[in-house]
Design a protein around this ligand. Structure first.
Ligand code: NAP
Ligand code: MN
Length: 267
């Protein structure tokens, strides 16, 4: 079996990466940065997001696992103290797999230009650098609302505990093949109206965001990466056909991770 380890880059994470690398090679596993069967991230959820994007072109062949060197993470849910145990489990192979849904985002240009396509593990968010975001929101091809406000966040179930949660969205269990749309400070008065509540959509319901003005530029963030775009016709969002595969070596139920992260890590 081939593995790779991505460290956050701080001293603690680098030391743990070094130890894990050594142990795994002692078990005759092969270090392969290009085509790993297992990608291990050491750091936080941010480091895990990086590992995901590094191997997003080979999700059918690479499984993921995260060790946290700071606070407990949603993706990085193994403690450094547990790595000996973890390595014995990895060496035993084959491992059990748990799959979580992803978001498929397509940005269509208004005039000639490139269509861009992204996969998100947490979310895509759309904001503006100059003033209010004004976009028509279509669901399954039908006009739903004209949104005016700071922006919109489209999140996956596993991303629902991240930015989505800060925007008042619901926490969605990742066994649900769904995605969620939350508003950022929408303008609501007698003239302008948006739904106001977060929306949770099933797998085949496509949502399209259509900016009213094509010359406007928008800041689109996919997980931890932000870029500026203008000349956008449509941002198309749906649940992806692809899934992320986690290597599962022990039970750590989602609701327990939610409890331990947000309520208390005591019992
Ligand atoms: P960051 O600024 O370090 O991330 C903000 C926090 O979100 C960090 O504590 C991060 O954990 C945590 N986080 C990431 N994914 C999570 C998840 N699925 N569930 C719960 N918490 C999660 O930047 P980053 O580490 O590159 O992460 C990018 C993510 O930050 C974005 O995808 C977005 O969801 C989130 N974000 C949150 C807010 C907000 O809450 N107001 C605003 C912008 C972005 P670690 O410390 O372990 O990395
Ligand atoms: Mn981070």
């Amino acid at each position: 079996m081939r593995f790779s380890i991505l460290s956050k880059g701080d001293q603690k994470s680098d030391v743990i990466k070094g130890r894990m690398e050594q142990y795994l090679m002692d078990f005759s596993l092969e270090y392969d940065e290009k085509e790993p069967d297992l990608a291990i991230s050491v750091g936080g959820d941010g480091t895990f997001l990086e590992a995901f994007h590094r191997y997003q072109h080979r999700l059918e062949d690479t499984a993921f696992i995260g060790v946290h060197t700071g606070h407990l993470g949603f993706y990085a849910d193994w403690l450094p103290d547990e790595i000996e145990k973890l390595i014995i489990e990895i060496a035993k192979n084959p491992f059990e797999i748990v799959e979580y849904p992803l978001l498929d985002i397509i940005i269509h240009p208004a005039s000639k230009g490139e269509t861009k396509r992204f996969l998100a593990l947490n979310e895509a968010s759309v904001k503006s650098t100059d003033g209010t975001v004004v976009m028509d929101v279509l669901i399954k091809g039908a006009h739903f609302e004209r949104f005016r406000g700071d922006g919109l966040c489209i999140s996956t179930p596993s991303g629902s505990t991240a930015y989505n949660k800060a925007l008042g969205g619901a926490i969605i269990h990742p066994a649900l093949n769904a995605y969620q749309i939350t508003e950022m400070a929408s303008i609501n008065n007698r003239v302008f109206r948006t739904i106001g509540s977060p929306l949770i959509l099933p797998k085949h319901h496509v949502c399209e965001l259509k900016p009213l003005h094509h010359h406007k530029s928008f800041l689109i963030t996919i997980d931890h990466n932000t870029d500026s775009y203008s000349n956008i016709d449509t941002i198309e969002c749906r649940v992806s056909e692809k899934k992320i595969r986690f290597a599962r070596f022990r039970a750590f139920p989602f609701w327990k991770r939610v409890h331990d992260s947000f309520i208390s890590d005591e019992r």
